[in-house]
Structure formats: structure tokens, C-alpha cells
Design a protein around this ligand. Structure first.
Ligand code: NAD
Length: 480
């Protein structure tokens, strides 16, 4: 069986422990490869390699650093089909989705930051004829990047690319649930001629490898995307060491639909914002609030569309939803559906596991599930489920829906549907979230600030925000 290897100092190597973790294909429910069960010894080795590479990498002319990143981007594009298939097998997501979204975006991440860094500038503050202040924005050293399983290569590269572009070296850890495309990226970086030690990828469990990154004294900054509880744990151990932290955490996003919306566009997009990637996107709108006058029209139309979604083999083009990522995650989603029933909800569609015929009969699938009749304050409407489960709730006016939308501990993204321009501005301004999409969803411009408020995180990624995070400003004041 294939054994994934760590990528340290330009080499593909076995973990210090010699132990491996089973890697499952969730669509068939079988182990298909082995993941290094690394620990702090592997992280120590990776940090030494990164420190060794840092002086040359950070001093490399910007256009040469950019050329290295563009070479990685090109390798990703040249291997798009192979990477997409690997992502689909590892994660359970439909192959068409990996091909059209995940892998192209991973290539764009490298391309975007390779070009962005060439335009990155810093400030000057002249003090009339007395002095001039200028700000240097220098790379910091070894950056730790820790990412989740839902958009594996997409989010992994979203951190690595700006960290490297800014001149840092990186020790990165993909999720142990979906390590395969990170392993392939290691090979592609070698092929692309990335200097040894600039990027190091160490596989394994969060409590071992992730914790070793969070506590390592020579990793002064950490970019983390994952669950809120894990983010709190990283902050607990890293904050007293005064590490720079960017934490992109969970969400429980509202999708607010006013009766004056563009109905057809709203319906099509709401289907996507509810169930894309099996609902396993931190930006999915899982709480759907519908203006009461539209509720009885929306409900049957939405349910009819949901019932047409095919759940099945991720390798089939006809499958709109593939498998959820693991057996444990399937159990978690089903337990929330059971909770929704206990809390008085009515399951309008789905509500159970799906067993496709054929090769996926032992895979972990969940039917797209729509629930109504729950209070906005119940656990189903407050806690992140991270699966293909949405709730429908009617509202009467703006104040009411704003109180529902803002009434969870999360604040990542909000979706708003209305053709009333003043209302769109009014509500967008009052939503407590880092991102507001009006009449669209997942329309991404990589230059914009990306991140959440409240329990959805601290800090912003994307564009200059990411380059500022991965550099340290230093003011130089020169008296005339
Ligand atoms: P997770 O928190 O369980 O794991 C994320 C990563 O952290 C993994 O690589 C894991 O191994 C590692 N980790 C676990 N324990 C650790 C520890 N003690 N120290 C350091 N690292 C540790 O999250 P997940 O289940 O992989 O991903 C799903 C979550 O990610 C959801 O909550 C989702 O909303 C969130 N997410 C957020 C965004 C965003 O941009 N805000 C994007 C995608 C996913």
C-alpha cells in the first residue's frame, strides 16, 4: 500500500517514529494509503531545514522568488487531472468539483501571490523638513501553516503561497484526514526546482504535529484554518509565546432571503450555498431565513430542487454530492439531524445516510437535508454541523432577521438576497460577519480581506492582508 512521505529539506522521507496512520477513501469506506504518524522530532528537523534555507530565500530578488512560485503554479496546472482525482478519492468530493474549483484555485493561489509580491510596497511618513519615517516589511522567519480537510489543496496553498512570497520559509501540516494532494505537492515542488528547506510538509495528527508547530520556539507565526475549538487551543499555547496568529475558524452562516429578490438566481445559488462540497465549506449558508410572504413559495421550489440532487459515486459526473469526509463525520452529521428532531424540527427532505449501489455501497454519504420548525436559538441553529444540512425559518422584518443572523457565536460569512439597494447597504453594514455576499455566493476576488469575527477567527487573509501578516513592519526614522 502506498506510504505517503514527509517533505523535509527537499527530500521525501519517512517519519522519525516509523509509524503510519490509515488513510481512508470515504466513498468506498476502505483504507487505501498510509500517512506518516510524525511527531515533534520531524517538526524539529523541518524547522532546522527551514532556518537553513531562510537567509538565501528571504534575500532572493523578488522576481526570482516569484518565478519559483509561478513554476509551482504551472506544475499544479499541468497535473490538474491527477491532483483532482487524488483530491476526490481522499476527500469524497465530486471529481468535477475538484477539477473545476479546488485544483485550479490551488494553482491561482501560487500565481496570485507570485505576482502580488512584486507590487507589494510599504509606507513613508515624512515629517516636513525634520525627518522621514519609512516602514520596512520584512519576512519573519519560519512560518507554521496548518490546514483542514474540507478544501485540502485549496486552503493549504492559500497559506503557503503568501508565506513563501513574502520571503518566509514554511513548515506546513495538512489535515491527517486528507493528506494526499499535499503529498503530491511535495513531489511537484521538487520537480519545479523549489530550493530545499523553503517548504517542508510534515504529515500526522493535530495533537502531535500541529501541537509541535504551535509550541515550537522557532516558529514565530502561525496561520491556521480549522475548527474553533482547535483555534482556541492553538491560541492558548501560542499566545503566551507572543506568536503572530491568524486563525480562520468555523461558521454558522445566515442566508437571508427577502421577497424582493431575483427569485430564480436566488434559488439556484441557494442550492449551491447549502450543499456544495456536501455542505462542508466554512462559507455555506446553513441557516436560511425567508421573508414570510415568500416562505410558502420558496419551500416547495427549494425542496423540489433538493430532491433532484444526486448523491453518489464522486467519480461520476452526475453526482452533485459525493461522500462526506469520514465515518466519524457522517456520525456527527446524523447526530445533529437526530438532535434537530428532538428539538422539534420537521425533516422536509433527506435526514438520513445514503447507500449508493455498486462500489460505493460501504461509503459514507448523507442525503441533503432540509429542516423547518426550529427556533433560531436551538442548538441545531447555533452549532456548526458542517454537512449537507440546512434549516428554514420565516421572518417578518429587517430587525427580526438581523437579530437571528447575528445571534450565534460565529461571524464568518452572510448571504443576503434583495433587489432593494438601500436595504442591501443597511443590512450589510449591520451584519456581524467578516464577509457579506449580496445576491451571490462564493464570488471570490483574491485581493479582498478574508476572515471572520467572534468565534469565526482572528485576523484576515487574502491580498495585502496576507502579505502584511507574513511580514513584520519596522519603522525607520531618519532625522535630517
Ligand atoms: P480541525 O480543527 O479538526 O483540524 C484542522 C487542522 O488542525 C488539522 O490539520 C488538524 O490536524 C490540526 N489540529 C488538530 N488539533 C490540533 C492542535 N491541538 N494543535 C494544532 N493543530 C491541530 O478542523 P477540521 O475538522 O479539519 O476542519 C473543519 C473546520 O474548519 C470547520 O470548523 C470549518 O468551519 C473550519 N474551516 C474554516 C475555514 C475558514 O476560512 N474560516 C475554512 C475551512 C474550514
Amino acid at each position: 500500500m502506498e506510504k505517503i512521505r514527509n517533505y523535509i529539506d527537499g527530500n521525501l522521507i519517512a517519519p522519525a517514529s516509523g509509524d503510519y496512520i490509515d488513510n481512508y477513501n470515504p466513498a468506498v469506506g476502505e483504507v487505501y494509503s498510509l500517512i506518516p504518524d510524525s511527531d515533534s522530532r520531524d517538526i524539529d528537523q523541518a524547522v532546522i531545514a527551514a532556518q537553513k534555507a531562510f537567509p538565501a530565500w528571504s534575500r532572493l530578488a523578488i522576481n526570482e522568488r516569484a518565478a519559483h512560485l509561478l513554476a509551482v503554479s504551472e506544475k499544479i496546472l499541468a497535473n490538474l487531472d491527477r491532483l483532482a482525482l487524488a483530491e476526490s478519492i481522499d476527500n469524497g468530493k465530486p471529481l468535477w468539483l475538484a477539477k473545476s474549483v479546488d485544483i485550479p484555485r490551488a494553482a491561482s493561489n501560487f500565481q496570485f501571490f507570485a505576482t502580488a509580491i512584486q507590487h507589494f510596497a510599504s509606507e513613508a511618513h515624512p515629517m516636513s523638513d525634520q525627518a522621514i519615517n519609512y516602514t520596512l516589511r520584512n519576512p519573519i522567519g519560519v512560518a507554521g501553516c496548518i490546514s483542514p480537510w474540507n478544501l485540502p489543496l485549496y486552503l493549504f496553498t492559500w497559506k503557503i503561497a503568501p508565506a513563501l512570497a513574502a520571503g518566509n520559509c514554511v513548515v506546513a501540516k495538512p489535515s491527517e484526514i486528507t493528506p494526499m494532494t499535499a503529498a503530491l505537492l511535495s513531489e511537484l515542488c521538487i520537480e519545479a526546482g523549489l530550493p530545499p528547506g523553503v517548504l517542508n510538509i510534515v504529515h500526522g495528527y493535530g495533537q502531535k504535529v500541529g501541537a509541535a508547530i504551535s509550541t515550537h520556539p522557532d516558529i514565530p507565526l502561525i496561520s491556521f484554518t480549522g475548527g474553533t475549538r482547535t483555534g482556541a487551543e492553538i491560541a492558548r499555547v501560542a499566545a503566551p509565546m507572543f506568536k503572530k496568529l491568524s486563525l480562520e475558524l468555523g461558521g454558522k452562516n445566515p442566508n437571508i432571503i427577502f421577497a424582493d429578490c431575483n427569485y430564480e438566481e436566488m434559488l439556484t445559488t441557494t442550492l449551491r450555498s447549502s450543499f456544495s462540497n456536501q455542505g462542508q465549506i466554512c462559507l455555506c449558508g446553513s441557516r436560511i431565513y425567508i421573508e414570510r410572504s415568500l416562505y410558502e413559495r420558496f419551500k416547495p421550489d427549494f425542496l423540489a430542487a433538493v430532491q433532484k440532487l444526486t448523491v453518489g459515486d464522486p467519480l461520476e459526473d452526475s453526482s452533485r454530492l459525493g461522500a462526506v469526509v469520514s465515518e466519524a463525520h457522517q456520525e456527527k452529521i446524523l447526530s445533529y439531524i437526530a438532535l434537530a428532531r428532538e428539538e422539534g424540527g420537521t425533516i422536509l427532505s433527506g435526514g438520513e445516510a445514503v447507500t449508493p449501489a455498486g462500489r460505493c455501497k460501504n461509503g459514507w454519504f448523507v442525503a441533503p437535508t432540509v429542516i423547518e420548525g426550529l427556533s433560531p436559538s436551538c442548538r441545531t441553529n447555533q452549532e456548526e454541523i458542517f454537512g449537507p444540512v440546512v434549516t428554514l425559518t420565516p421572518f417578518d422584518d429587517e430587525a427580526e432577521v438581523l437579530s437571528y443572523a447575528n445571534g450565534t457565536p460565529y461571524g464568518l460569512a452572510s448571504i443576503l438576497w434583495t433587489e432593494n439597494l438601500p436595504r442591501a447597504h443597511r443590512i450589510a453594514g449591520q451584519l456581524k460577519s467578516g464577509i457579506v455576499w449580496v445576491n451571490c455566493w462564493m464570488l471570490r476576488d483574491l485581493r479582498t480581506p478574508f476572515g471572520g469575527v467572534k468565534n469565526s477567527g482572528v485576523g484576515r487573509e487574502g491580498g495585502w492582508e496576507a502579505l502584511r501578516f507574513f511580514t513584520e513592519p519596522k519603522n525607520v526614522c531618519i532625522k535630517f
